[in-house]
Design a protein. Sequence first.
Length: 364
Amino acid sequence: MPVPVPQLGSFDYVPETKENLDWADLVTVDLGLYNTPEGKKQLAQTLINAIRNEGFFYVKNFNISQERVNRQFSIGKQFYDLPLEEKEKYIPEGLDQGKFNGYVPAGRRTGLRDKTEIYNIPKFNGYFPHEHPELIQQNLPEIEEFARALHTEVLDPLFVLLAIALELPEDYFTKIHQYSEKSEDHLRYMKYTKYSLEENKTLDNWGYGHTDLGSFTLLFRQPVAALQIRSHVNNEWKWVKPQDATLTVNACDALQLLTAGYVKSTIHRVTVPPLDQQHVDRLGLLYFSRPHNDVPLATIKESPVLQREGFVKNDFETSGNSVPTMEGLFFEVVEYLPSPTGYHGDTKYRNAVILPGFAERPYV
Ligand SMILES: [Fe+2]
């Protein structure tokens, strides 16, 4: 029997900028090629080159229809349209200590009041409470299905390709990213409310350059240009162009630590959008993947590639300090953040040593 689908209304994407920005030249991992051994081998090479050089890449043909993606944007939009008092009921207790599932209001960063709101939804695997406003609650089965599909259709294939590239057993990374296990993965609806033209003139960027903490971050097509990435090759900032029916993906700190820097966590920031898009709000749909909480972030010793290439000790191991688990690192890092959106503008925290061997790293 078909499941009744709640009405969501249509979701209208903002038109793309007409400005000719300095776009990053990123490769695309076409998962349509994933089902043959040759295709996999080719994609593994594409992936590893991308995350060692350009840093970000696109993924297409991932078996999740545009209609399902549109419905998630629509849920996100309707959530942000709720009255602030309603949203504020879902601010997590212990937000400053890293309890970040639920609603994170704007204005938690210093400087000109930030206008970034976040709603994080954790895994549906029994380890996390799910208390949501009615709007989210009534769409919860669909949200769960969507989050699980991101694991099976996108993350699992990417982890297999990464394992192939490192000459590891194909299930090496999928085994430490099981949906059923406890990890701080989360689906996020994120809203950057627009600033006035005058305010924008006083801002260099909307968010500081930073790396993400986990394994891969998945970012659904974002028509408002503002994401910039810093090249690993020449440190230049380039804009990320929205591409139809793709995800934009970046490798994050946990993968960098597990591979002793062979895979690089990409530095990125949200800057002021081009003039023809400064009059609109920017709604984001993202998924953050993390290794299981109990995975130690030590260099993988079984990879012939890492051994051959000399990537054998990560920053913790080189410094002689103890290696934290994913959970240990996460809760140390959030201690330093007034919001889990990223690194902030308070200069006293810049370059702070969060754990011995792991410093705060803003790149403005
Ligand atoms: Fe980020």
